[in-house]
Design a protein around this ligand. Structure first.
Ligand SMILES: [Zn+2]
Length: 269
């Protein structure tokens, strides 16, 4: 985690992409650009980004694979860990074993893929573990496809969980998608909720969702919104340029926090 000394670093502010994925097998990458770890690092370099948080995906990017790829790019790629919610009884023991000699930067749950909702006991037990181990939890919150009408996965469903675990920082990835203002209200109501602007800014160009998200970035205090791309779904270059162009009216403090300062605080450098 960030040390006291790093608060006083000089030079340009650190830039972190807080939401990326990498794939072992190109055939498992459903997205429109190469998605290997080397591709990611090359694109970070090309755009002047210091580091990226890498999020495992059940079925296509395992915890072990993501950990190994991040080890290969130590200091540039920072791994998260997905608990195995298909086997809740075993999930905590597996996490304990994985974290015994490795230290992923946080946990991540993809409720649509993992077939859980934030109200499920399996999610609560992961939150309790996160509280004990002082790690943040990143949730995919982009209502979509078969589950688009499932309000148990909409951003407002995270309010109760945030209240139940006030000591755990919860990142609502994609800020709630088309329900971005709901995501904003949950963040407004809970100091432990952080929004991530990945995907949503590029998915809804020139719509009210884009403007709502820009509003949320201005309206929430520094430290409550983080920048991310969702690479390789979205390119590092297009994502960064869109965020810089559309997220206007921020204070210097808000901008530095959004583009890396907060991710460094949450996930370490
Ligand atoms: Zn993602």
């Amino acid at each position: 985690m960030a040390s006291g000394a790093s608060e006083h670093r000089t030079g340009p502010p650190i830039l972190i992409d807080a939401h990326t994925h990498v794939f072992a097998d190109p055939k498992q990458n459903p997205y429109p650009r190469p998605g290997g770890a080397d591709d990611l690092v090359r694109d970070l370099d090309a755009n002047g980004l210091d580091a990226a948080i890498v999020i495992p995906l059940p079925g296509s990017a395992s915890n072990d694979f993501v950990w190994r790829e991040c080890e290969r790019h130590a200091g540039r790629l920072l791994p998260l860990y997905t608990p195995d919610l298909g086997d809740p009884a075993h999930a905590l023991a597996a996490m304990d074993a994985f974290f015994r000699d490795r230290r992923p930067r946080g946990l991540t749950i993809h409720p649509r893929m993992q077939k859980v909702t934030p109200a499920d006991p399996a999610v609560a037990q992961v939150m309790r573990w996160a509280d004990d181990h002082e790690v943040p939890v990143v949730f995919d919150v982009f209502p979509f496809g078969d589950d688009v009408d499932d309000q148990r996965l909409w951003p407002l469903a995270y309010h109760r969980l945030a209240r139940e675990f006030p000591g755990v920082t919860m990142v609502l990835a994609h800020s709630g998608g088309f329900r971005a203002l709901d995501g904003f209200m949950v963040a407004k109501a809970n100091a432990n909720v952080v929004l991530d602007v990945s995907l949503t800014l590029r998915y809804f160009p020139d719509t009210s969702a884009e403007r709502d998200l820009a509003f949320a970035c201005r309206r929430l205090p520094a430290g409550r919104v983080i920048y991310g791309s969702d690479f390789p779904n979205i390119g590092i270059d297009e994502s960064l340029h869109t965020a810089q162009e559309k997220l206007t009216g921020l204070s210097d403090e808000q901008r530095v926090a959004l583009f890396g300062g907060t991710a460094r605080r949450l996930f370490g450098e």
